[in-house]
Design a protein around this ligand. Structure first.
Ligand code: CU
Length: 195
């Protein structure tokens, strides 16, 4: 008991001695700290430069791979079809083939609907409105049942198989595409669309 008791004060004293020890070269230690900070600063700067180089390289690569060098978009529509009316909504599906530069479907409208929205469908089947639909350069975007579709809301006209629904697709860069989507029964919708 005594021995550890002595040891403890001894230890405290040693700690007390060691305190002024570092405080003496405290200037040098603070100088070291300053060096450490500048060292970290350099590391940060180097890291940022490296990130910038990587980002520029990636941007260049994406630009080359995407082929989106300002080429005019060439979007055509095929396989247009509409589901039967559910309440006052009608889903429209279409395949958008872009053989040119990137474009974005910004707006859609139909004389049969109060408004036309771009809907995505998540894995649980919940539909969510998207403000627009990107149609990247040299790609085909398929709007299909269970996936992205055009949602016509406020459809007043009763639509049956055999009817067609006109929809205008307004793109950011390209021309407005006008499609005529034939109304098809649900069971036919889920099959492969006709070419
Ligand atoms: Cu929908």
């Amino acid at each position: 008991m005594n021995a550890p008791g002595e040891d403890r004060p001894g230890g405290t004293v040693e700690a007390g001695r060691s305190d002024p020890g570092p405080s003496d070269p405290g200037r040098t230690s603070s100088g070291d700290a300053a060096h450490a900070v500048t060292g970290r600063g350099r590391a940060w700067a180097l890291g940022l430069i490296a990130l910038a180089v990587v980002a520029v390289g990636a941007a260049l690569l994406v630009g080359m791979l995407g082929g989106d060098d300002g080429a005019p978009p060439q979007v055509s529509a095929s396989e247009a079809r509409a589901g039967e009316r559910v309440g006052t909504t009608v889903a429209v599906y279409v395949t958008l083939r872009n053989t040119g530069g990137a474009d974005t479907l910004e707006r859609a409208s139909s004389p049969d609907a109060a408004r036309v929205l771009v809907h995505g469908t998540d894995e649980v089947g919940i539909m969510r409105t998207s403000p627009s639909l990107e149609v990247p350069a040299s790609t085909t975007v398929r709007l299909e049942p269970g996936g992205t579709h055009l949602m016509l809301e406020g459809v007043g006209r009763s639509l049956a198989p055999g009817d067609t629904v006109p929809v205008a697709l307004e793109f950011d860069r390209g021309e407005t595409l006008r499609i005529e989507a034939p109304v098809v029964p649900l069971e036919d919708l889920l099959e492969e669309p006709p070419g």
